[in-house]
Design a protein around this ligand. Structure first.
Ligand code: SF4
Ligand code: SF4
Length: 231
């Protein structure tokens, strides 16, 4: 999932200050799971803004809405059926960067600002703890590395390791961190698959990480007309 954190309140306050009608829009998927931008966090932020601006003598109307996914156009269009977005002079989108951008595309006459900082693609390790696991490199090698990502978990992003610096299973860059390649070795050994670590992986296909990337599912290609614009 996408892991994000809320921007510091002072930064959000600065953005909304001076506006009369503010809409805060949450996203019900990844950022709700990581307790950054779901319905509850929208409500907390809205209350904070109302109280703080009131204490500053500013009169502001702060409304709240949360859609299932801000990275999906249909949910944003649905929002427009319930809320007149153009009525607001400022929208704070509590989605990841993709959601904020799609919101700004769909409501391109509205002033939209991010309420979150998007941090990484990761996993939940336990309540309130998330760790990065993937950099969306577009050329996944997990099948060769016992399901441990060397691009993300190795400080040098080595596709063939370990480097000469590994010591007692720790990384030379940060002795607090496990060496990703030591982990890969251990897991392959436990599976009786050590022969695999002798295989040299080819250089990563960095071209697959071209920006901005576009992916069209084969089954949907036929539906697109030649002149349809994707981005
Ligand atoms: S190899 Fe690339 S796609 Fe696979 S987990 Fe690592 S960063 Fe993600
Ligand atoms: S010690 Fe291990 S994790 Fe650290 S840079 Fe070397 S191979 Fe990568």
């Amino acid at each position: 999932m996408i892991v994000a954190t809320r921007k510091p309140f002072d930064a959000i306050k600065q953005v909304v200050s001076g506006h009369k009608k503010v809409l805060i829009v949450g996203c019900g998927t990844c950022v709700a799971v990581c307790l950054a931008g779901g319905e509850k966090e929208v409500s907390i932020l809205a209350s904070q803004i109302r109280m703080t601006l009131k204490l500053d003598g500013q009169s502001v109307q702060v409304d709240e809405a949360t859609v299932e996914r801000q990275c999906d156009r249909e949910f944003l269009v649905d929002l427009g059926k319930k809320v007149n977005v153009s009525d607001y002079d400022m929208v704070i989108s509590m989605a990841c960067g993709a959601g904020v951008q799609l919101f700004s595309d769909v409501y391109d006459r509205s002033t939209v600002a991010p309420g979150l900082d998007t941090v990484f693609i990761g996993v939940a390790e336990g309540p309130g703890v998330w760790t990065e696991r993937c950099r969306s490199c577009g050329d996944c090698v997990l099948g060769k590395t016992a399901g441990i990502c060397p691009v993300t978990m190795c400080a040098k992003g080595l596709l063939n390791g370990p480097c000469a610096g590994t010591r007692h299973g720790k990384c030379e860059i940060n002795p607090e961190m496990d060496c990703a390649w030591a982990k890969i070795y251990e897991r392959l050994a436990a599976r009786g698959g050590l022969a695999q670590i002798r295989e040299t992986l080819p250089p990563r296909k960095n071209s697959r990480q071209a920006f901005p990337a576009v992916l069209i599912h084969e089954a949907y290609k036929r539906r697109l007309k030649k002149d349809d614009t994707i981005v």
